[in-house]
Design a binder for this molecule. Structure first.
Ligand code: FAD
Length: 473
């Protein structure tokens, strides 16, 4: 019997079988499916933590595929060259993938699609990473939304299709193309010894992601609207880690939120609103890709930001040694767990860009290196929102005071006591693990004295506001 020509499923940030339209499209015609992940420049450029976490996700996804009689082929190189070589080796007639929306991926995918079509290969990209394609949400005038609230008003009433079922099997080709060994990619090299510590906080893979969603929807979602603001509470879903690698689909999360809402769980609508913030971030990135690299409002180019990433106060910020407990606790949480509570992200970003008057790009780059849930859209929007330079941003003159924020959102000081060791008689295990995770070259010890503020809340605010008032725009 003549074997049907295979379909290549180009796996990217969609490490799941359930609700994966690209996976379904690949096996729809009963042709053999060759799942392939390509380590290209985009992967090479990833920061230490997301690259390492991606490697763990790939390992897990390869086992998922093996359980249904398939494999994950790993190849390294330029995406188009790799795909062309695979087509030639396997006789594949089609390539399918899930769409990405960041400018580099869009440019690469456009080039790949055009070239494959010219080669006579069917090349199809499908939705799957978002609830709504960014170009399908538009104002009455056909423009894109720059402010979240009207965006939310439009998308909240939209029908989100139910998640689709996972394929039970992916037909295997008669001969599997050769594959790199994942270990040879050394995805975790830049994490050094920190990996061992961060690893204890991860939940990797599709099953873990679904379990996380189920647990959240069964309990914490009810109090989410208030508990989500208190970093000492386990009040949020923590799904950003899995959404970042596509280990769960946003539709699956959305429908779990809708069900919880219909069951009368009070916090469910707020959860849907947060999922819509993720959509909004992609909406902005798609329509104004420069948000990832430069001030969304160009007048901010003239602002006197500090751009020296080695300035002592910036080093103190990165090391969680600013002397501002809320800021330091959050920066240490980041280093030990690979994530940071949203309240912490807003406070450390405000402190860096306002109290320390440092360019948001320095913070954005640090997050891109250290966050296991790094997301190109949410990170860019979060930093520009915090700095005041973005669309729908918090105004620059609204300076988060890290001292009053602490009193308000960590009234029992559980969060800061969890993460700061210095000066405590019995520091927590997590606070101590920070000193195990950091590079020895930082020269930090739990026995050090806790530092005095590099800039106090009042002095930093005054300096930031003076600079803002003296601005030429
Ligand atoms: C400076 C800054 C940088 C950020 N960088 C990232 C990043 O790199 N990756 C990332 O996923 N999020 C980022 N965020 C957004 C937010 O902090 C995280 O999504 C959230 O803390 C993840 O925790 P969770 O999964 O428990 O969220 P939950 O509160 O359970 O929310 C559910 C989901 O909604 C989405 N969401 C929630 N809040 C936001 C938000 N403000 N913006 C966009 N999506 C949101 C996330 O996908 C999240 O998983 C950033 C925020 C700021 C202020």
């Amino acid at each position: 019997m003549v074997e049907l020509s295979p379909v290549i499923w180009w796996v990217r940030r969609d490490l799941r079988l359930s609700d994966n339209p690209a996976a379904l499209a690949a096996c729809a015609g009963g042709r053999p499916v060759i799942p392939v992940f390509i380590h290209d420049d985009g992967v090479a450029r990833l920061g230490a933590a997301p690259k390492w976490r991606l490697g763990l996700g790939l390992e897990c996804f390869a086992s998922t595929l093996a359980r249904i009689g398939s494999r994950l082929v790993l190849r390294r190189g330029d995406a188009l060259e790799v795909l062309r070589a695979l087509v030639a080796q396997s006789g594949a007639g089609a390539v399918v993938w899930t769409r990405a929306y960041d400018p580099d991926s869009v440019a690469r995918d456009t080039r790949v699609k055009t070239a494959l079509k010219q080669d006579g290969i069917e090349a199809r990209s499908l939705a799957g990473h978002l609830l709504f394609e960014p170009w399908t949400v538009a104002t009455g005038q056909g423009a894109f939304y720059k402010v979240y609230t009207p965006f939310w008003k439009v998308v909240r009433t939209r029908e989100v299709p139910e998640p689709c079922a996972a394929p039970r099997a992916l037909p295997a080709p008669a001969t599997w193309p050769e594959s790199d060994m994942l270990d040879s990619w050394q995805m975790g090299t830049a994490m050094r010894k920190g990996a061992e510590i961060v690893a204890t906080h991860l939940r990797v893979g599709e099953e873990a992601a679904q379990a996380r969603l189920d647990e959240f929807a069964a309990s914490a979602i009810a109090d989410y609207a208030t508990a989500r603001d208190f970093p000492a509470c386990n009040g949020t879903s923590r799904l950003s880690e899995n959404l970042a690698y596509g280990e769960i689909s946003p539709r699956t999360c959305w429908h779990a939120g809708l069900r919880a809402m219909h069951e009368g769980k009070a916090g469910a609508e707020t959860f849907l609103k947060e999922l819509a913030w993720r959509e909004f971030a992609y909406h902005l990135l798609w329509h104004s890709p420069h948000i990832a690299t430069s001030n969304w409002r160009p007048e901010w180019d003239a602002f006197p930001w500090n751009t020296d990433e080695n300035a002592p106060e910036v080093i103190a910020w990165r090391q969680g040694r600013t002397g501002m407990e809320f800021v330091d606790a959050a920066m240490r949480e980041l280093f030990v767990t690979g994530t940071m509570h949203n309240r912490g992200r807003m406070i450390v970003a405000s402190y860096l860009t306002k109290h320390l008057m440092t360019h948001w790009r320095i913070g954005l780059d640090w997050f891109a290196d250290t966050l296991i849930d790094w997301d190109p859209a949410a990170n860019a929007m979060g930093w520009q929102w915090s700095a005041g330079s973005g669309p729908d941003a918090t105004p620059y003159f609204r300076v988060f005071n890290p001292v009053t924020q602490l009193a308000r959102f960590d009234p029992g000081r559980r969060y800061v006591d969890t993460w700061i060791a210095e000066g405590r008689r019995r520091p927590s295990r997590k606070a101590l693990s920070y000193f195990e995770a950091v590079p020895p070259s930082w020269g930090l010890s739990a026995q050090d004295a806790y530092p005095a503020p590099v800039v106090t809340a009042e002095a930093g605010r005054k300096r930031a506001l003076e600079a803002y008032q003296a601005r030429k725009f």
